[in-house]
Each structure stands twice: as structure tokens, then as C-alpha cells.
Design a protein around this ligand. Sequence first.
Ligand code: NDP
Length: 318
Amino acid sequence: MKSTDVLIMRPMSPLVTESLERHFTLHRGDLAEDKERFLDEVGPKIRGMAVSHVHVNDALLDRLPKLEIAANFGVGYDTIDAAACGRRGVMVTNTPDVLTDEVADLAVGLLLATVRQIPQVDRYLRQGKWLEKPYPLTGTLRGRKVGILGLGRIGRAIAHRLVAFGLPIAYHGRTKQSDVPYEYFPSLIEMAKACDVLMVVAPGGPETKNIVGREVLQALGSEGVLVNVARGTLVDEDALAAALADGTIQSAGLDVFAEEPKVPDALIRQEHAVLLPHVGSASHHTRNAMGQLVVDNLTSWFQGNGPVTPVAETPWKA
Ligand code: NDP
């Protein structure tokens, strides 16, 4: 495999780059000063790619005519045009399961932080305000019903945790699932009306763009809390900022934004919202497991054993 040419275009962890360098001839577009020239030079021989925050679309695929596999670092692969890859016979893989528990933990932490205002309370203490008077009373998780948009691997792990918190769970997705006890809503708006927490965990991409807009936020209501650990593109950020400012919903906990790492000022101004810089899977343990799965997909493929975790658009037929 050492003669197989593999590409990265953005920095990846030492675990990934060092492993890839051991197994393959690795081309580091992340280190190239002139990326266009670099791609012109190495593109024609590249057979594998480890992908992190890179748009793999027809324009890039045209420059990688020998590409066989694009191994994404992350379970969400909305930066990859997987349908275009499928049409060209390029295998796409992602990193499911290894990050599920980490992201579910973060989602529950973010929900608690938002409802009980944990970051704001911390700021209050550090500013010495506790010496003057106790922090005002906060909202509560008690009595809330949680609607999960996207009851997949992570959505189910969140539901499992929140059942232990004693909260009733509902979900919305394109299909009803026969093996869960939770209430199914074929309509997102109807679920938002019935719930006071909306937990967003469905994939990004054109199909879900702005799926949480003004109407859904109005349906969630003035006691409602929105938590988004999926992708920023699922939420209409202008509508959300307006809903937070005028009390249409109570608060929001966001780990993801539409144009990361940029976060709209209109959201930053909302002191009662909790905003995180996309850290859902960002522990040493989980990022290493994700990196290892990227490497495993590439080595398995070039050893002739097929991909480990292909995405739905490029199923593996051995
Ligand atoms: P899964 O594929 O297991 O689950 C996705 C769920 O979304 C499924 O239940 C699916 O149900 C539902 N869904 C898909 N399309 C739609 C749609 N158009 N409308 C409504 N529901 C839909 O994915 P994971 O649980 O593993 O991951 C979910 C997402 O979380 C990822 O795509 C990723 O973007 C995000 N993520 C964020 C992280 C972070 O750091 N914040 C880390 C990891 C993941 P159905 O098919 O029935 O519609």
C-alpha cells in the first residue's frame, strides 16, 4: 500500500497523519502554500482522501480522476456530495457510532446548562455578584416534554439519557420507528406544539436546510428551549435570534452554526442563550476513535477488504 497516493487538504490530528504516512504516500495539501498548483500536480495520481471540512463536489472530483475513496472525519458528511461520488464510483465513508455517546452527553449537558443557566451563574459568581445577593431563580427541566428531531444513533442515545431524567420523549423523522416506545410525530410543527424542548439531531444538507424556522419556533412557544447539536444549517438563525430577542421561545443551546466559525452577533447578544464552538465530539478519547476509523476505512479499502463504514449513498457490494 505504501505506493498508494492519499491526500489531505485540511489539518488533521497527528494520529491520522502519522498513521497515513506509515501506510501510504501522503500528500499534505494542508501544508501547501499554493493549493491550486499543489492539486494540479498531485491530483491526477490521488486514489484515497481523508476528508475534514473540505467540500468534495464535482469541481474537486474532476481534479481527482483516480479517486476511489473519500473517508470523512465525522458522522455528518454534508460537505461531501455523496450522490456525485456515487455516480463516479467513489466510495464515501464516515465515522458513526464511535462518537454517539460523547455527543449525546454534550447535548444533555447543553440542555441542562441552558435551562438552569449554568454558564450565566458561573459568570455571576466570578463577577463577585454573589456577595451582593443570590442568583435569581431559573427555569427547570421538571415537567418538560422533549421532542427529538432525528431519532438516529445520537438521538436515541439522548432519549435514553433523558428517560433516566424522568422526561417524556417524542420524535420526528421521515419514518416511524417500530422498536422505540416514544411518541412519533409525522409533522415537526405538531411535535414542536406538543413539546417544550426541541432537540435537533438530524443531518445537515439541502433537505433539512432551515427546517427549524419561525413557524416551528412559534409552535415551541414561550416556555420552549431549542438545543441544536446537529448542523447550524437546520436552523434559520435570523428567525432564531428574533425569537430569542422577543420571547417567542425561552432560550437556546447551540453547538453548531450555519457559517462556522462565524457566529452572528444577533445570537451572541442573547445573554440567556448558551453557545458552544462545535465541541460535541471534541474529547481526546472520541476524536482519536474517529481518527482511527478514518485510517481503518482507508487501509481496509486498499487492502481489498472494502470500507468499514460506508455511507448510505455509496453502499458496499462485496
Ligand atoms: P443518524 O443517521 O443515525 O440519524 C439521523 C436521524 O435523522 C435519523 O433518525 C433520520 O430519520 C433523521 N433524518 C434524516 N433526514 C431527515 C429529514 N430530512 N427530516 C427529518 N429527520 C431526518 O445520524 P447520527 O445520529 O449518527 O448523527 C446525526 C447528526 O449529528 C449528524 O448528521 C451530524 O451532522 C450531527 N453531529 C454533530 C456533532 C457535533 O459535534 N455537534 C458530532 C456528531 C454528529 P429518518 O431517516 O426516519 O428521517
